[in-house]
Structures are given as structure tokens and as C-alpha cells.
Design a protein around this ligand. Sequence first.
Ligand code: SF4
Ligand code: SF4
Length: 222
Amino acid sequence: MIIAERKSMNEILDMLDGVKKLLVLGCRGCVAVCSAGGDKEVEIMASAIRLGKKLAGEPIKIEATTYIRQCDPEYIEPLKKEGKKYDAVLSMACGVGVNFIADLCPGVKVLPGVNTTFYGANLSSGEWKEMCAGCGSCVLHLTGGLCPVARCAKRLSNGPCGGSQGGRCEIHPDTPCVWHFIHERLQEQGEADRLKEIMPIRDWSPAGDAGPRRRVREDLLP
Ligand code: SF4
Ligand code: SF4
């Protein structure tokens, strides 16, 4: 899922300078699962803004609601009309939701309430780890299911680098060297010979380096 974290209240209150009528808008998708922008966080955010504005002596009217998703047009459609009632909408969705609303409702001032960070897995309550960088050209079948793009600090296609020590990464010594574990995994699976093959230089265009990505499935088009 997409992992996000709430922006600091100082940053949010700065964004809301001059805003007198605000909609705090949550999303029940990924940001709800990672406890950054679901119903509960929207309520907390609205209360914190009310308090911050009161302390600053700045009156503000706040409404709060949560959409099922902010990345599907049918759910955000009401904002085209409703959004005009507010000076701003503070979206607690990931950056996709903020962008999507901004594209669909150009008359609405949309502000980000969270920082969108990575695609991650939930290790335990309150702990998430990046597992995929959405590179558009998956090589997990060659690397024992461990991602060298998201989980190697240098994004090496052939590793480990000379800095790998005792299974730890030289860039972040508290982090495992994923290439160390790719070697171990392939050896365990009897596929160590695969490591003799040099992976070719990666084409990063599917990763977005050639500009914004878009996917069209003709069979699903209306
Ligand atoms: S190789 Fe690319 S698509 Fe596959 S897990 Fe890594 S970043 Fe994601
Ligand atoms: S030590 Fe391992 S994880 Fe760290 S940069 Fe080198 S190959 Fe990548």
C-alpha cells in the first residue's frame, strides 16, 4: 500500500494562512490503513487546526468528511460543486488524491495534509517498510523476490557493492544489504548460477524517467 505521514501542524497552519472556511477531506484507502488520513486522523486534524487557529486568534470554520477513495472520479465528483463553498480543501489522501482533485476541480484550492512516502508493507503495528519503488519493469523473478530497486540504497542491478559488510548496507548500517540476502536466497534455492549473469543496464523509462506514466487497458475502456 501507499504509506504516508501527517505533515507537521506548523506546516499545515502556515498553509492555512488566510483560510476562513476549510474542508478537511480524508480517504478510506491506503492512508486509512496506515493511520495517516482516515476518519480518525481527519477528526484529529480538524480539532488540531481549530485549536491552532484559536490560539492564533484567527477565526476558521471547518467541516470534515472522508471519501471512500480520492483516486477514483466517482467519489470525488461532488467536490466539483461542493468545493466552491470552501476557501481550501485539505486532503489527507496520498499525493495521487491531491493531484486528482486539483486536476478535476481547477476552481478548488487543494492542499496536502500528509507527506506521501513509499509503497510499503506493514511489519507490525506502527511500522512499515518500503518494498517496491514502482519501477515498471519488475525483476523479482531474478532476485529471489527481493527488490534491488527499493531495498538497495544504490539501486544496483548487480550487487552487492564493495561496501556490504556482514549483511549490512554501507549507506545505512542499521539496514540489511538486500544484495547479501539476494545471494543467500538464490543459493538456498539452488539458483546461485543466476548470479553469474550480469543484469543489463536498466532502462529507467518505465520507472517514470521518460515523463509521467500512463496505462490504458483497451479491454476495460467504456
Ligand atoms: S523490481 Fe520494480 S516493480 Fe519489482 S518490486 Fe522492485 S521496484 Fe517494484
Ligand atoms: S551495501 Fe548492499 S544494499 Fe547497501 S548499497 Fe551496497 S549493495 Fe546496496
